[in-house]
Design a protein. Structure first.
Lengths: 107, 190
């Protein structure tokens, strides 16, 4: 799916980086589980906001991290995201609303 | 990792990789707190390395650039109101001098009644996995909790066996599993 289309349709904010496109979505907050379930080029939706999120995104080669429920990255995590060139998006919507929105776009 | 025993396995493997031959794994449950401690006589770390441990982008592994063992442990500890403390003495100082008493101690405290804490998981299986993977290491496992105490010392076990027998032999591992389970069952009845 096209990144620009996603940003516009779901009214997402870009925290850092950019996402041209993504392929598949994973939603979940248990980082150890995300580590084994986020696939390369996935969009990963979570409410976790610490440095470890950036590490997991980097490790799994996620296309972008989408922070739900208005969560903001802690400063060190934001710094790491910029340094490691990880795209981070955010939204005030819940994880469910974001997933449902993406599903609607796909249909 | 939705069971604490997986964290125990993950953190203890750091001591195995540090070349330790004596590793003590202890779990102490008391009141609202669980204190988890791993002490080893491995190669240790410099002050700078210890400071970098909480940063997931620091790892001694060469196969990938991210190390999440200690960051995940720290996250769980802090989420439940506790924290993680690491002290280490490197085998060799930067000036090349040698510390005879080298090794690392990592200690985490966890709010065991906190909403975000996770089930302990299968500690017997975890201890067996560690011994099976590194039968030459003298593991000591101590788990204390209100009304109970479970303990296994590989060194004592080894002294009772012939030297040629590996602790990874299926019969020995089965005996170890039974020995631990018996202790846990005994304390449950009490």
């Amino acid at each position: 799916m096209n990144g620009k289309q996603l940003l516009e349709t779901l009214e997402l904010k870009t925290v850092c980086g950019s996402v041209e496109s993504f392929d598949g979505v994973y939603a979940g907050d248990l980082l150890s589980r995300a580590m084994s379930h986020v696939e390369a080029d996935n969009l990963w939706i979570t409410i976790m906001n610490n440095m470890n999120v950036i590490a997991v995104a980097s490790l799994t080669e996620a296309a972008a991290v989408l922070l739900a429920e208005g969560v903001e990255l802690v400063p060190e995590a934001l710094e790491a995201a910029k340094e490691k060139d990880i795209c981070v998006l955010s939204s005030d919507k819940t994880v469910y609303e974001l997933c449902a929105g993406i599903a609607a776009m796909l249909n | 990792m939705d069971e604490f025993s997986l964290y125990v396995l993950d953190i203890t493997m750091n001591s195995v990789r540090a070349g330790a031959d004596e590793i003590t794994v202890s779990l102490a449950e008391d009141g609202d707190w669980l204190t988890f401690t791993v002490t080893d006589n491995g190669c240790g770390m410099s002050k700078e390395q210890v400071e970098k441990l909480s940063n997931p982008f620091f790892t001694t592994r060469k196969t990938r650039k991210v190390g999440l063992g200690v960051p995940f442990l720290t996250m769980l500890a802090e989420m439940t109101g506790g924290g993680v403390k690491i002290t280490s003495v490197p085998e060799k100082n930067e000036d090349g001098s040698v510390n005879p008493c080298h090794g690392t101690t990592i200690q985490g405290t966890f709010g065991r009644n906190h909403l975000d804490f996770i089930p302990l998981g299968d500690m017997v299986e975890t201890v067996k996995t560690l011994i099976q993977g590194s039968p030459e290491i003298n593991f000591t496992y101590i788990h204390t909790f209100p009304g109970g105490h479970v303990e296994l010392k590989c060194a004592e076990l080894r002294a009772m066996l012939c030297e040629e027998i590996s602790l990874a032999e299926p019969e020995i591992l089965m005996w170890i599993g039974g020995y631990l389970e018996e202790q846990y069952a005994g304390t449950e009845e009490a």
